[in-house]
Write a protein that binds this ligand. Sequence first.
Ligand SMILES: [Zn+2]
Length: 309
Amino acid sequence: MPSEIPAGAAALAAAAKAAAVKAMARVVGKPAESFKLNAAKPENPSLCPGCGERRDPGAIAKALKTCPHCGFHYRMEPAERLAYLADPGSFEEFSANLSSLNPIDLAGYEEKLSAAAEKARMKDAVITGICSIEGRKAVLALMSFEFMGGSMGSVVGEKVSRAMLRGLEEKLPVVIYTTSGGARMQEGIFSLLQMAKTSSAAAELDKAGIPFFTVLCDPTTGGVTASFAMLADITMAEPGALIGFAGPRVIEGTIRQALPAGFQRAEFQQERGFVDLIVRRQDQRHIIARLIDLHQPGCIPAESPEERS
Ligand SMILES: [Zn+2]
């Protein structure tokens, strides 16, 4: 919260956020506890990592790439997300032509970029645009893990910042789906600087009172977690998503202690206050539309009977 906001306004904003989160928790179909998953990678790739049932690709695709038995959320790419999030034909991409240079002259980086572009069929690890979600206009940014592990280099930082500034300019809510291994090592210090750039764009949104929502997807780690992913007004996560800065193996190796079950999973992070809501893929479209409504000026979420008592 910026220092110029008086304490009363900050308390009011915190209360409004708490009310919105409570209101949304009632809209989300299932309690978060139902999605506690066995995070261990399956020995057999034809079995579901969540419940061990045999994978049925047809049924999984029909359930938006989730397991029809246990709700395990498989990773998704931006094109697949667009298909279930945005109203049909509403997505208009911007900043589509930005592509990365090789700012620190790293040998082989250009080749890596072209291989990644071919694999993910994108120019870099994020797409940005304006779309409508259940009829509500919003700026939407979707990250890809297929493109060099969703790493944030200068293009990702620039596109994410431009998306936020576009929201500011057009007074549109900004929704960002994150998935990332962190800063892109191949661009050295230039990648690290994107943390400051995206964070200052998020601060501009905050100052102007433009709603900003993130949905943290598996995995969201490193410099993306440590910058814009955690700066939203409402931080959502997909069930079972790994969310952290350093990964569990690095932490275990450093502290030489066994980590608790479910460490850094969305449910673990929600219990510790890093995540506001865990939202199933099937509910995301509706929840985002409701959140946009709840953040319109003058909208006060209705209190539930138990809150009044
Ligand atoms: Zn399953």
